[in-house]
Design a protein. Structure first.
Length: 588
């Protein structure tokens, strides 16, 4: 008998997943397995996007230090970190912020998070020290947003040890305001994912932070010490199972530069214990209020639905995004959000561990999700440990594609099990229409086919040429910057939003584009992929269409429409005012 997840929860069986003690006796890494589905014959269609790694030429040359290169003793060395596209100086060109970790003994000289300024000629300059962003530690997630509404985007870093809030001073520098903002903790936590979100719609960006596990070097078990420190017979870094779960935090913006912890009154602290990772805040049920999705490792993922009164209810199992199709926990890592089937609703793409399928959830518009992994042909790929994720139109044909980064958690595994290499390629799933995809690796260019041990990635147009490029975190190597050398004549449009009554960054806004009989929804997000933040300018491929009708649903509740907006331009729209001059782009 087939039982849907919703029926499963309604029968009360979902309560069993809150009994975390049963998980402590099992293998540390999520053990859910799924065989790859049969592949269809190649479509034979040309793919006009071609990705080339230009990081070296562009000046992104410093390695991202994260644990030892040849082994991982503790889980904190293996998870890795994210990156962000951010226009920190408001010149209309995307700069790049890349997180970093450390090493157990001593990190190489110069190890730090890094800010690269876009020189507007295809190259970048490392301005980390000048910007005041030097930081050595175990950074995990990054989210971007203008929390004080001063027209300059700020940066929050979720870290193992101590999270950091950087205020953008508007002059090319940042100040660490963690203490004065009320975000300093006397205890050590493992901040993982994060997202700015205006959960109470007061025009101020609040902050959600997920925590991964409770961990300390002093008390952590070592590889092989228990069943949670072994994978397929090989001693590995222990966890997450076998380690206590973290808890998640919601901080309300007080409007004076400070935040207040409202996790308990908002209902966040009461959620089922989980190993939280990537956080995405978006209006999934289209009621005008942002919801919060947390991908969770080896525990059910969480979906916090907004009650419109400052509180949330957690309904991940009920709404179909918490478990696998057979009701099991998975190693939820990264999250892509977009509208793959062009029905005007925000869908979810979630990445998982090797020997399991990455999952595509179709949203019915009311935040009830259907697992369409099999019917979409996404389930053909199970070879890799997958991290960064995106639902993004890479070839501008008007059909959003899927992209993911890969890389194993322990480099020594491949010595005994060569079928699990440490460095693996990225993957593109090209959208063929009709809700189905086709996997491309070599066909998408050398930047996709190249093998790395990657983690987070961010999507954006760093060279302002009308297509999406990708920056990728590679552990103990320099990052990759995949330039999209797009051929053909497909059209596109970008939408940059500026909030007035809503938060200045317009985080939480939803844009619906209508073109050539298609309807596509996108949202302004503060975090997605894996611990990363995309270019805030929403990018729509239009195919052969020369214009698009745009609907904008602002976080404040305002709704604006624009008819027949010409293709092949960036259009900047200010809430309540309309189209305004672009930064860094000439007006068409």
């Amino acid at each position: 008998m087939n039982i849907t997840r919703r029926r499963f929860a309604q029968l009360g069986l979902g309560a069993g997943f809150s009994l975390g003690n049963n998980l402590l006796l099992t293998q540390g890494i999520s053990t859910h397995n799924a065989k790859p589905l049969p592949r269809s014959a190649p479509s034979g269609r040309p793919f006009h996007a071609r990705f080339v790694d230009v990081a070296q030429h562009a000046g992104l040359r410093a390695p991202i230090i994260y644990g030892e290169a040849d082994q991982k003793k503790y889980l904190v060395e293996a998870t890795g970190c994210g990156c962000a596209f951010i226009d920190y100086d408001n010149d209309g060109w995307m700069d790049i912020f890349v997180l970093s970790g450390s090493r157990l003994e001593s990190a190489p000289e110069g190890t730090t998070n890094r800010l690269y300024k876009n020189n507007r000629d295809g190259t970048f300059t490392d301005v980390t020290e000048k910007a005041g962003l030097h930081s050595l530690g175990w950074a995990c997630g990054v989210c971007v947003g203008d929390y004080n509404n001063d027209d300059f985007d700020d940066i929050f870093c979720a870290c193992f040890g101590q999270n950091i809030l950087y205020r953008n001073n508007g002059n090319g520098t940042f100040t660490d305001v963690t203490r004065e903002a009320g975000l300093w903790s006397q205890q050590q936590y493992w901040g993982a994912g994060c997202s700015f979100v205006d959960y109470n719609r007061d025009g101020l960006l609040d902050l959600f932070v997920s925590n991964y596990v409770q961990f300390s070097f002093e008390h952590a078990p070592v590889p092989g010490q228990s069943s949670s420190c072994i994978w397929l017979g090989i001693p590995v870094a222990c966890g997450p199972r076998g380690l206590p779960t973290g808890r998640h935090w919601l901080y309300r913006n007080n409007g004076d530069g400070t935040f207040t912890d409202v996790s308990k009154p908002a209902g966040i602290a009461a959620a089922t214990s989980s190993y939280g990772m990537t956080v995405v805040a978006a209006d999934f049920d289209e009621d005008g209020w942002p919801d919060i999705f947390v991908a969770c490792d080896a525990t059910p993922s969480l979906l916090f639905m907004n009650n419109h009164d400052g509180t949330f209810r957690e309904e991940g199992i009920l709404r179909g995004v918490a478990l696998s199709d057979d009701g099991k926990e998975q190693a939820g890592m990264g999250v892509g959000v977009g509208d793959y089937d062009l029905d005007g609703h925000l869908d979810i793409f979630k990445t998982h561990f090797a020997d399991d399928r990455n999952v595509l959830y179709r949203n019915n518009g009311k935040a009830y999700f259907q697992d369409v992994t099999a019917s979409s042909r996404l389930g053909v790929e199970t070879r890799y440990v997958c991290w960064g994720a995106g639902i993004v139109d890479l070839d501008n044909d008007g059909y959003p594609d899927l992209f993911m980064t890969t890389g194993h958690v322990d480099p020594k595994i491949e010595k005994k099990l060569p079928q699990y290499p440490n460095k693996t390629p990225r993957a593109v799933f090209r959208n063929l229409g009709q809700g189905v995809f086709e996997e491309l690796i070599e066909e998408a260019g050398p930047g996709v086919a190249a093998a790395h041990c990657s983690r987070g990635c961010a999507f954006g147009d760093f060279d302002n040429d009308g297509d999406l490029d990708i920056v990728i975190v590679n552990l103990n190597e320099p990052p990759s910057l995949l330039r999209n050398d797009l051929a053909g004549k497909a059209n596109w449009i970008k939408v940059k939003l500026e909030g007035v009554k809503s938060n200045r960054s317009a985080i939480g806004a939803r844009v619906v584009a209508h073109y050539d009989g298609k309807t596509q929804a996108q949202a302004v997000l503060s975090q997605s992929s894996f611990f990363s933040c995309n270019d805030p300018r929403l990018h729509f491929g239009l195919g052969t269409s020369v214009s698009a009708d745009l609907e904008i649903f602002w976080p404040s509740g305002q709704h604006q429409t624009y008819k027949s907006v010409a293709a092949n331009q960036l259009v900047t729209i200010r809430e309540g005012e309309g189209v305004v001059r672009n930064r860094g782009w000439s007006q068409s």
